[in-house]
Design a protein around this ligand. Structure first.
Ligand SMILES: O=P(O)(O)OC[C@H]1O[C@](O)(COP(=O)(O)O)[C@@H](O)[C@@H]1O
Ligand SMILES: [Mg+2]
Ligand SMILES: [Mg+2]
Length: 332
C-alpha cells in the first residue's frame, strides 16, 4: 500500500473535520474520475491513430477535435448522476447544461480539454474546472446563474496530462498536487502546499503576436529580452508550451509569468482565453499559491462576468513580475 495520501483520503479527512461539504467532495471525486478516463483515452486514441479533427465546431467557432468531444462527454457523464451538481457550463457547449432531475448545490464550469491543438503532436494538454454555488435548482437554469465572479469560486483546479497526469486542486486554502498512479488508478498527494516563487526570470508569451501587443507588454518583454544589459539587470528565459495548463504547471513548480494579453490582432476579442473556463479557475489557483492574476488593468477574480464564453486578457504567475506588468499598464 502507498504511503502517500490519496485524493479520496484527503477529501474525506477534510469533510470529516467539517472543512468540506460532502457533496462538494463527491463533485471533486467525479472530476478526478473523468480526468482519469480522459488520461487513458488520450493514450488509447494515440494507439488507435484517431487524433484528427472532426467536422463540428464549438460555441466559439473553432474546430473541435474528437478528444474535445470525448472529454466533454466524460465530464457530463461523471457529474450528472451525483445529485450534487445542478448544472454544467463548458467551453464545448453552446449554453448551460441543466443536469436532468438534479437540484444539487453546485455548478461546474469546464474547459474539458485545454491546449487541444497540441494533441496531435503529443504535447501536454489538460482539463480545467471551476466550481460555484448554485443559486437555484436545475429547473430554469440560465447563463445568469453561472455569471459569478472568480472570487465566488468554492473550488478550482486543473489536471495536466503530461509525462505524468497531475491534478492541481484548491478549495481556497492552499494548493495541492495529486499525481495519478497508473497502476492503482488513484490520485496520490505529491505536492502539498504549492507556493509560486515570488521572483522569477522566466516568461511565457506567444511572441508571434508581438506586432499586435500594446505598449505596456511591448515594454515588459523588450526589457526581459535585454537581459542583464537592460533595466532588469538579469537574463530571462522564455518558454511557450501552447497549452495553458502546461505553462501554468511549470510556473507553479519553478515560478514564472504567463501572458496572453489583450492585443490589436482582432479588435472584437479582448484577449484569447476564456474568463469562466480558463482565467478564473487558473487565477484562483495561482493567487492561492501566492501569485497574482490580472488583465493588466484589473484583478481577474474581480471581473463581473457578462457572458459565459467571455474572453479576457491574462497576465499571471509570480507576484513580482505580474506587479511589474500591471505597473507598466498604469503608466500607459
Ligand atoms: O496557439 P496560441 O495562440 O499560442 O494559443 C495558445 C493558448 O490557447 C489555448 O490552447 C486555448 O485553449 P483551448 O485548447 O481550450 O482552446 C491555451 O491553452 C493556450 O495557452
Ligand atoms: Mg483552453
Ligand atoms: Mg478547450
Amino acid at each position: 500500500m502507498s504511503e502517500r495520501i490519496s485524493l479520496l483520503q484527503h477529501l474525506t479527512l477534510a469533510a470529516r473535520a467539517g472543512h468540506l461539504d460532502p457533496a462538494l467532495v463527491t463533485v471533486v471525486q467525479q472530476i478526478g474520475a473523468a480526468s482519469r478516463e480522459i488520461s487513458a483515452a488520450l493514450t488509447r486514441a494515440a494507439l488507435a491513430g484517431v487524433l484528427g479533427a472532426v467536422e463540428t465546431s464549438n460555441a466559439s467557432g473553432e474546430t473541435q477535435k474528437k478528444l474535445d468531444v470525448l472529454a466533454n462527454d466524460a465530464f457530463l457523464q461523471a457529474l450528472s448522476w451525483t445529485g450534487a451538481v445542478a448544472g454544467i457550463a463548458s467551453e464545448e457547449l453552446d449554453g448551460p447544461y441543466p443536469v436532468p432531475g438534479a437540484t444539487g448545490d453546485y455548478l461546474v464550469l469546464l474547459d474539458p480539454l485545454d491546449g487541444s491543438s497540441n494533441i496531435d503532436v503529443n504535447i501536454s494538454v489538460g482539463s480545467i474546472f471551476s466550481i460555484l454555488r448554485a443559486r437555484s435548482g436545475a429547473a430554469g437554469l440560465t447563463d445568469a446563474d453561472f455569471l459569478q465572479p472568480g472570487t465566488a469560486q468554492v473550488c478550482a483546479g486543473f489536471t495536466v496530462y503530461g509525462p505524468a497526469t497531475v491534478m492541481v486542486l484548491c478549495f481556497g486554502h492552499g494548493v495541492q498536487g495529486f499525481t495519478l498512479d497508473p497502476v492503482s488508478g488513484e490520485f496520490l498527494l505529491t505536492q502539498a502546499d504549492i507556493r509560486i516563487p515570488e521572483r522569477t526570470s522566466e516568461y511565457a508569451i506567444n511572441a508571434s503576436n508581438q506586432r499586435w501587443w500594446q505598449p505596456p507588454v511591448q515594454r515588459y518583454i523588450a526589457e526581459c529580452m535585454a537581459g542583464k544589459d537592460g533595466p532588469r539587470g538579469r537574463d530571462f528565459n522564455m518558454r511557450w508550451v501552447g497549452s495553458m495548463v502546461g505553462d501554468v504547471y511549470r510556473l507553479l513548480t519553478r515560478g514564472g509569468i504567463f501572458m496572453y494579453p489583450r492585443d490589436t490582432k482582432d479588435a472584437s476579442k479582448p484577449g484569447k482565453l476564456r474568463l469562466m473556463y480558463e482565467a478564473n479557475p487558473i487565477g484562483y489557483v495561482v493567487e492561492h499559491a501566492g501569485g497574482a492574476a490580472s488583465t493588466g488593468y484589473e484583478r481577474i477574480l474581480d471581473i463581473p462576468p457578462e457572458k459565459v464564453h467571455q474572453r479576457v486578457a491574462v497576465i499571471l504567475g509570480s507576484k513580482e513580475e505580474v506587479d511589474t506588468v500591471v505597473a507598466y499598464h498604469r503608466a500607459g
